[in-house]
Write a protein that binds this ligand. Sequence first.
Ligand SMILES: NC(=O)C1=CN([C@@H]2O[C@H](COP(=O)(O)OP(=O)(O)OC[C@H]3O[C@@H](n4cnc5c(N)ncnc54)[C@H](O)[C@@H]3O)[C@@H](O)[C@H]2O)C=CC1
Ligand SMILES: O=C([O-])CC(=O)C(=O)O
Length: 329
Amino acid sequence: MAMKPPIRVAVTGAAGQIGYALLFRIASGAMFGADQPVILQLIEAPFEKAMKALEGVAMELDDCAFPLLKGIVQTDKPEVGFKDANWCLLIGAKPRGPGMERADLLKDNGKIFIGQGQIIDAVAAADARVAVVGNPANTNCMIAASQAKRLPAERFTAMVRLDQNRAQTQLAKKAGVDLTAVKDIFIYGNHSPSMFPSFAHATINGKPATSVITDTAWLQGPFCETVGKRGAAIIAARGASSAASAANALVDHVRSLVTPGAVHSIAVKSNGAYGFDANVWAGMPVRTTTPGSYEVITGYAMDDFAKSKLAATNKELVEERAFVADMIK
Ligand SMILES: NC(=O)C1=CN([C@@H]2O[C@H](COP(=O)(O)OP(=O)(O)OC[C@H]3O[C@@H](n4cnc5c(N)ncnc54)[C@H](O)[C@@H]3O)[C@@H](O)[C@H]2O)C=CC1
Ligand SMILES: O=C([O-])CC(=O)C(=O)O
């Protein structure tokens, strides 16, 4: 296979839990394909412990002898790490602990995304794309995008793919079918318990999911709740927030975004579709058009139940935005 020139992939929080589960998969080709070499530009917080841990991760990457890995940058300076980056994966942020909601992280983590948004806009490649994972991911993405003058807002997306993957598995288990039989399950709104996994448009073996799973009370109740609160359930079980599944979801998020025709959920700047306030970043169904670009799939009809779920998650996003309004001026 003919090799392409390497692309530069900047990753913040590279020595953290998610970073450790992610970098090896990027370097192996899972994110950008088996013919796409990468240079990893790893960014950590300016603390000795974090930089030392990063050194260890870079040593392990070396020790994998990945043919696609053409270079590793280790830095605590975002202006170095984001320089000429084609993809900026923003993971570095505090995770929540037991008893917290993701929005509780907003004031601490939000600040990180102001500086990073400005620096990415100043030094990243002309075609740069940004994917935000650090929580609360939607609003952090909105904050980063608010700082950009050169890069258009559509280049900034936040991850709701973990929620989509969780929802797909829950529907498959309930229906007793193979996971791959479940299609077109999309996540709307915030990456928080208010998110809406829109089961009414999902299909199972090509039939409407609601004709296969006829237990409407389960779909509206336990299904939405299980997906919405899965992150907390992982924290309760593991004592730490999800990491490998989050890294896997980011691989899927980016892989789908570079695959024309892929239909998937990402959080994007709202243009008013599905009643979301303009200027919040909301999970929506999209179709990838050209690598890195997408169009929102509009026109899914919403019943009263769906409308009330969409309104609730929109309200939360608007409140989060108001909470950081002074930061993004
Ligand atoms: N959107 C989603 O679906 C998910 C989001 N998350 C979020 O991802 C974030 C990271 O989670 P973990 O890797 O588990 O946390 P972690 O604490 O293991 O790692 C975070 C890393 O970020 C680094 N960091 C902190 N500030 C930084 C900065 N300004 N620049 C560069 N690096 C910085 C820390 O030194 C640390 O190594 C958390 O906010 C977590 O809540 C986690 C799971 C799913
Ligand atoms: O719940 C958390 O804090 C981590 C996360 O975002 C998830 O697992 O969905």
